[in-house]
Design a protein around this ligand. Structure first.
Ligand SMILES: NC(=O)c1ccc[n+]([C@@H]2O[C@H](COP(=O)([O-])OP(=O)(O)OC[C@H]3O[C@@H](n4cnc5c(N)ncnc54)[C@H](OP(=O)(O)O)[C@@H]3O)[C@@H](O)[C@H]2O)c1
Length: 292
């Protein structure tokens, strides 16, 4: 039976990849740095490999007996070293396929740090010779959870989107696509841009949150000048403030407006809508102590 190693297994997408693989009856091994926290997040029945992406020996141990690999790591300055290290270890032990979580607009020449890192890792992956599937999702719906407390407190969803649409995707759909690619008997190597089923404005999102929470939420468009100090002054690392500002620049240029059919064609069902996301996460957008 196929055994899959999942890196970034406690992450937003990674935890859903573990669950989606388990649902398919696959043997899953999760590569984690904190087994106690991982067991609490993933469930006691998931096999854990304790290690660190910076520790090659721990990677080689974790890859023992593994056929396929889900490759993901946190964004940050160590990302390229972490993921290329995993690719090199996987190539050394003869892993038969890697499914890499990348991002739409990944490009080694991108001015946005995370997109540049993904571009460099993709290039390394293709050079490695290991058959590779690259998933390039659009903006995650779960990004909205970062501002959920503010929306609950003020009823306002602000963002410098210039009213443009974003084909946001639910991370559960990204994970299901990964699980299909990791378990299919034969998969065409390639790069897949993944989007939600529809491109929506922040006003559409506010409407979905109003319906889901039963409380009025409105969208407020910010100018680039209004938004810049919010990113720069939020106590974020410089690279992340630069990255977030850049992502909204792509949004304002219409770079996330197109939809692709791949979630439906790969999983066999349509991707989750923003209305479904809002219903599933209504509590996060509702003031504490108030019924949803
Ligand atoms: N947000 C978006 O809109 C968007 C869109 C497209 C693509 N993406 C991409 O999605 C990816 C993030 O995926 P995600 O959300 O599933 O991940 P995530 O929530 O950022 O979690 C990162 C994972 O990496 C693990 N990790 C970090 N450092 C480690 C180390 N030194 N050794 C072992 N494990 C380590 C973390 O483990 P711990 O639990 O121990 O911290 C966690 O499991 C990024 O590459 C991002 O560019 C994001």
């Amino acid at each position: 039976m196929t055994r899959v190693l999942v890196t970034g297994a406690t992450g937003t997408v990674g935890a859903n990849v573990v669950a989606a693989l388990q649902a398919r009856g696959v043997r899953v091994r999760a590569f984690v740095r904190d087994p106690g926290a991982a067991a609490a997040r993933l469930g006691r029945d998931v096999e854990l490999a304790h290690g660190d992406l910076a520790d090659e020996d721990s990677l080689v141990r974790a890859l023992d007996g593994v056929d396929r690999l889900y490759l993901s790591a946190a964004d940050g300055p160590a990302k390229v070293a972490h993921e290329t290290g995993v690719i090199d270890a996987a190539a050394k032990v003869g892993v038969e396929r890697i499914v890499k979580l990348s991002a739409m607009h990944a490009d080694p020449a991108s001015p946005l740090p995370a997109l540049r890192w993904h571009g460099a890792i993709e290039a390394h992956l293709h050079r490695s010779g290991v058959p590779a599937t690259v998933l390039r999702p659009a903006f995650f719906m779960t990004n909205l959870l970062m501002v959920a407390g503010g929306v609950a407190a003020t009823g306002v969803l602000g963002g410098p989107t210039a009213g443009r649409r974003i084909a946001m995707i639910d991370v559960r759909d990204v994970a299901e696509v990964a699980a299909v690619q990791l378990t299919a008997p034969s998969v065409t190597a390639g790069t897949w841009e993944l989007t939600g089923p529809a491109a929506v404005t922040f006003a559409d999102v506010a409407g979905a949150l109003t319906a889901a929470t039963g409380r009025p939420v409105r969208a407020a468009d910010l100018t680039e000048e209004e938004a810049r100090p919010r990113f720069a002054g939020a106590g974020l690392p410089d690279w992340l403030a630069t990255h977030l500002a850049g992502v909204f620049g792509i949004i304002r240029a219409g770079g996330f407006e197109h939809t692709t059919p791949h979630v439906t064609s790969i999983t066999g069902h349509a991707g989750r809508s923003i209305a479904a996301f809002a219903r599933d996460h209504a509590a996060a957008f509702t003031p504490a102590g108030q019924p949803v």
